[in-house]
Ligand binder design. Structure first.
Ligand SMILES: Cc1cc2nc3c(=O)[nH]c(=O)nc-3n(C[C@H](O)[C@H](O)[C@H](O)COP(=O)(O)OP(=O)(O)OC[C@H]3O[C@@H](n4cnc5c(N)ncnc54)[C@H](O)[C@@H]3O)c2cc1C
Length: 202
């Protein structure tokens, strides 16, 4: 697989009534059997905002996923919530785990149990032989340490914000992902974190 960063697509060429090549700025022509287009998502919040719910990029919710409209909740990709793992910033989290966790919060509230959403964000993906796992939130980090050698295709990146560990991303090191989860919010000790022979656990 080849990544072409900062490339600009100028056109998709039709070959025999289907997409057969992608043209790039600068003249390159990439023949293709199939063209996949990944351009992000826009949450469909217009109906709720038109109904009077507060929000913007998402529907604003409190820690019980309540919108500003009575008896109306919002969960998942569209829910704009204050997240302590993002330093308290209002964010939307696009992950299956977040949609599940917020659904559980709302289900508990609707059935009369106390609940508030405060789950640690985590994500995973498999890309060929690479197992990617992240716990915590990377944006806003101000410190960064690598554990292991990327050339060996098994390593972790640990991120810090304001002196505390804010995220751990592991490539083919599930142990770091599991142990790193407990490390989130603890002091960012760069020397200790960088030593791959020492477990990441607190
Ligand atoms: C290509 C891709 C890959 C992804 N990979 C991962 C991954 O590896 N791991 C991970 O954790 N997450 C992944 N995600 C993100 C994950 O899919 C979403 O975070 C998750 O599906 C959000 O769930 P949701 O219920 O909030 O929204 P959705 O699953 O988007 O469900 C919203 C539903 O509401 C419907 N809807 C919208 N407007 C209206 C309306 N006005 N009336 C009625 N229905 C309406 C939509 O049709 C849709 O069915 C991926 C997303 C994409 C697009």
């Amino acid at each position: 697989m080849t990544f072409r960063l900062d490339a600009q697509v100028t056109g998709i060429e039709e070959v025999g009534r289907r997409a057969g090549a992608v043209h790039l700025h600068g003249g390159a022509r990439l023949p293709a059997d199939l063209v996949l287009v990944g351009i992000g998502i826009v949450p469909s919040v217009a109906p709720l905002l038109a109904a009077g719910a507060h929000g913007g990029d998402g529907v604003a919710v409190d820690d019980g996923c309540r919108t500003s409209l009575p008896d109306v909740f919002a969960i998942g990709d569209c829910a704009l919530h204050a997240n302590r793992f993002a330093d308290g910033a209002a964010i939307r989290l696009e992950s299956v785990q977040n949609a599940h966790d917020q659904a559980q919060t709302v289900a508990r509230l609707l059935t009369g149990s106390p609940a508030h959403y405060d789950s640690i964000p985590w994500f995973w993906s498999h890309q060929y032989d690479l197992k990617l796992q992240t716990v915590g939130l990377v944006p806003g980090y101000d410190a960064f340490v690598l554990r292991g050698d990327p050339a060996g295709r098994a390593f972790s990146a640990v991120y810090g914000r304001k002196g505390l560990v804010c995220a751990v991303t592991s490539i083919n090191v599930p142990r770091d992902f599991v142990q790193g989860r407990a490390l989130i919010g603890h002091p960012f000790d760069a020397g200790r974190i960088a030593d791959a022979s020492t477990p990441l656990r607190v």
